[in-house]
Ligand binder design. Structure first.
Ligand code: ARG
Length: 459
């Protein structure tokens, strides 16, 4: 097919070159943004008398019918076109004749593609923020139900101190809240219009960039036209925020997978979010969580791919930049899918509180509390730490736990032990005493839940 840009050359390219060069099979996703951008551009050209008001109206009507024809399926994308921008202009000219050719006055595909992508991604960012919020909500609900469910907290994957499951889950709620803040921030910087940067240098026409920006819901216009067409930071910021978000989902996935194992058996996923094995009849696999963990690598890959594409690119537009879209679209679609499956998976997860409690009763996770007990009786912490360690070693040798030692045995290690030691090492007491801000005490977890719910209901 002869190209719309035929001029200097005859515009006839090799079929393989065409296939290699064209982006319509992925940038057709942005048809709505492309058409809305063109409508605002036509309106501006009319308002500035660069074209007549009549011509502007004709262009806008033509674009509007193309939009509805694409939406209702009566118009198909022409995959022979190089990209979505060329397709819309070609279709418009087909329908309107010569006036269609006026649309591209004072514009370039370079500012057009930057505009479309910003518009597309700001909506996607918003949708992702809403999905993260749904997940935070599901996590917070589970936390509320489990604010008094005791389990071992781990460091180095070794039982460390007693915590509540609600406390553990709320840690993820806090991480995800920061993810929404990062996405909101990326969206804010993205929402600046590059339209009017034209090819790179601006234009000799008397355009009104702010008119277009306002029409399209942007907060302002880019301050340098070369930057306007060269910048893809907004994609990188979004990809970075999405990568961090996926890292959080991956950590929670990993824990859910561990917790679902026979070895832990702390939670049981609903059948709706697990799969069986084709050979082992007993299996119930946490495939959804595993896939989320796996897809994290893919989103990191998208970030790395675009960082690498942009590294060393001279200003301004280079065709390399067409590679931005597949990375960012893939990341956005992947993250959305992960979030959509994650929220109901967490909401329907059964918590096996008895198993958590059993695990909390072994592993000496109240040894810190034993040391703190001695500190309160006047012993310096380092000495109390040592005595408690000796008691743990004694228990291991004698197949006992701290709760089953007699007072006499305790007194054998230090005379300051009294009957109240048993209260001090009682697991629920250990949890309840950690009332420091952000700690695991039920009252503290309640405050965390309240804080998160307050933010969810405010925005
Ligand atoms: N399809 C191109 C892209 O996605 C649009 C911009 C093309 N500009 C150009 N000067 N060839 O980057």
């Amino acid at each position: 097919m002869k190209k719309m840009w035929a001029g200097r050359t005859d515009g006839v390219t090799d079929k393989i070159a065409d296939d290699f060069n064209s982006s319509i099979h992925f940038d057709c996703k942005m048809f709505r943004q492309d058409i809305r951008g063109s409508m605002a551009h036509a309106a501006m050209l009319g308002a500035q008398n660069i074209i007549t008001k009549n011509e502007a109206d004709t262009l806008i009507d033509g674009l509007d019918t193309i939009l509805s024809d694409l939406e209702n399926g009566s118009l198909q994308f022409d995959m022979e076109c190089e990209d979505i921008h060329m397709f819309v202009e070609q279709e418009l000219t087909k329908r309107l004749g010569a006036v269609g050719k006026k649309l591209h006055t004072a514009r370039s595909r370079n500012d057009q593609v930057a505009l479309d992508l910003r518009m597309y991604l700001r909506d996607e960012a918003e949708e992702i923020i809403d999905l993260v919020r749904d997940l935070i909500y599901a996590i917070t609900e589970q936390a509320e139900k489990n604010k008094a469910t005791v389990l071992p907290g781990y460091t180095h994957l070794q039982r460390a101190q007693p915590i509540t499951f609600g406390h553990h889950l709320m840690a993820y709620a806090m991480m995800l809240l920061r993810d929404t803040a990062r996405l909101t921030d990326a969206k804010k910087r993205m929402n600046i219009s590059p339209l009017g940067s034209c090819a790179l240098a601006g234009t000799t026409y008397n355009i009104d960039r702010r008119f277009e920006a306002k029409e399209l819901g942007f907060d302002g216009v880019t301050a340098n036209s070369i930057d306007g067409v060269s910048d893809r930071d907004f994609c990188l910021e979004l990809l970075s925020a999405l990568s961090i978000l996926m890292m959080h989902l991956s950590r929670l996935s990993e824990e859910i997978i561990l917790w679902s194992s026979w070895e832990f058996h702390f939670v049981e996923l609903s059948n709706a979010y697990t799969t069986g094995s084709s050979i082992m009849p007993q299996k119930k696999n946490s495939d959804m969580a595993e896939l989320v963990r796996g897809k994290t690598g893919r989103v990191y890959g998208d970030l790395m791919a675009l960082l690498t594409t942009l590294k060393g690119l001279p200003l301004a537009y280079n065709k390399d930049m067409q590679e931005d879209k597949e990375s960012i679209f893939d990341a956005v679609d992947t993250v959305k899918m992960c979030l959509k499956v994650f929220a109901p998976m967490v909401a329907t997860m059964t918590v096996c509180s008895e198993n958590m409690k059993k695990a909390a009763q072994t592993g000496f996770i109240n040894a810190t509390d034993l040391a703190d007990y001695l500190v309160k009786k006047g012993m310096p912490f380092r000495s109390a730490y040592k005595v408690s360690g000796q008691i743990v070693a004694y228990c291991i040798d004698n197949n006992k736990v701290l709760e089953t030692l007699t007072l006499e045995e305790y007194k054998g290690f230090d005379p300051s032990f009294e009957d109240d030691v048993f209260e001090a090492i009682d697991l629920i007491n250990c949890v309840e005493k950690r009332t420091s801000e952000g700690g695991t005490a039920i009252s503290s977890v309640e405050k965390q839940i309240e804080y998160v719910k307050g933010i969810l209901s405010n925005d």
